[in-house]
Design a protein around this ligand. Structure first.
Ligand code: URA
Length: 267
């Protein structure tokens, strides 16, 4: 391409020189091949400067009320507020005898939650599964084993974290919690958060994300940015059970967990 253009330019220049019958001193130069790089430079469009990358800034936290209301389904009766205790141990006693919804009649054990007050991270899941119902401990089944590995990947231990659920009793057949159950259980999780006062909250899956953000959006819309619940930073990510079903989602969950780690470092 370039040698042809060079030849064309030389031909035009030779014809010009001949027509003008002047400045024959130029002819030897015009006959000499024009170095390709000069042509390329001359014909190249003006260099386009890549735009400076925009500074990466953490998204502004969204203001979310400290007590995001859990919308009750139309026609769902609001149960009376339970007796909420002043410390986690006595709150546990209250929850273990709870009969505020129909799950009290189908559960084996209440799964209150576990971890230290002042935990670095508080993970909130959806509700106990079969193994949790049997043992009374949160996240001990296959999803729990993956959650343990996620915690390890964050260079934390389970003992640094508080782990709880939106509903404290197993929904039959692991059904997604319905408003009757979440509304009845809501004051317990709200009080747990107040008493534990974690440095960062992590919602695992859509039911937890809806509870903690006060929205009805799915994880896909809510993850990847920082929220707040009152003055506590809140990160939404996929439920470990979703990651087991679709391992391709793990890289997104890891991005979310890195955001949690950055908050813990004070970044
Ligand atoms: N899934 C949850 O959401 N919570 C558990 O405790 C176990 C599995």
């Amino acid at each position: 391409m370039e040698p042809e253009i060079g030849k064309e330019i030389r031909d035009i220049a030779l014809r010009l020189a001949t027509v003008m019958e002047s400045d024959h001193d130029l002819l030897p130069h015009l006959r000499a091949p024009i170095p390709v790089p000069v042509l390329v430079d001359a014909l190249a469009p003006a260099p386009v400067r890549e735009p400076e990358p925009a500074p990466v800034r953490e998204p502004e936290p969204e203001p979310v009320p400290a007590h995001a209301p859990v919308p009750a389904a139309p026609g769902t009766a609001q149960p009376q507020p339970p007796d909420l205790s002043a410390d986690v141990l006595s709150l546990r006693d209250v929850v273990e005898t709870c009969a505020r919804c129909t799950l009290a009649g189908t559960r084996t054990r209440v799964v209150f939650g576990e971890g230290p007050v002042g935990a670095k991270v508080m993970f909130v899941g959806e509700g106990p599964g079969e193994q949790e119902d049997r043992t009374g401990r949160p996240f001990v089944g296959p999803a729990g084993q993956l959650l343990d590995r996620m915690i390890e990947a964050m260079k934390l231990g389970r003992g640094d974290c508080y782990i709880a659920n939106v509903v404290k009793c197993r929904p039959p057949g692991n059904a997604t919690p319905v408003p009757e159950w979440t509304v009845a259980c809501a004051p317990y999780l709200e009080r747990q958060i107040e008493l534990v006062r974690p440095r960062v909250l992590v919602a695992l899956g859509t039911p937890a994300a809806n509870f903690l953000t006060g929205t009805t959006l799915g994880v896909v819309r809510l993850r990847g940015r920082l929220h707040r619940r009152g003055d506590i930073p809140l990160v939404v990510t996929y439920h470990p059970a979703a990651l087991l079903r679709d391992p391709g989602l793990k890289r997104f969950a890891w991005e979310d967990l890195k955001m949690v780690m950055a908050r813990l470092r004070g970044v």
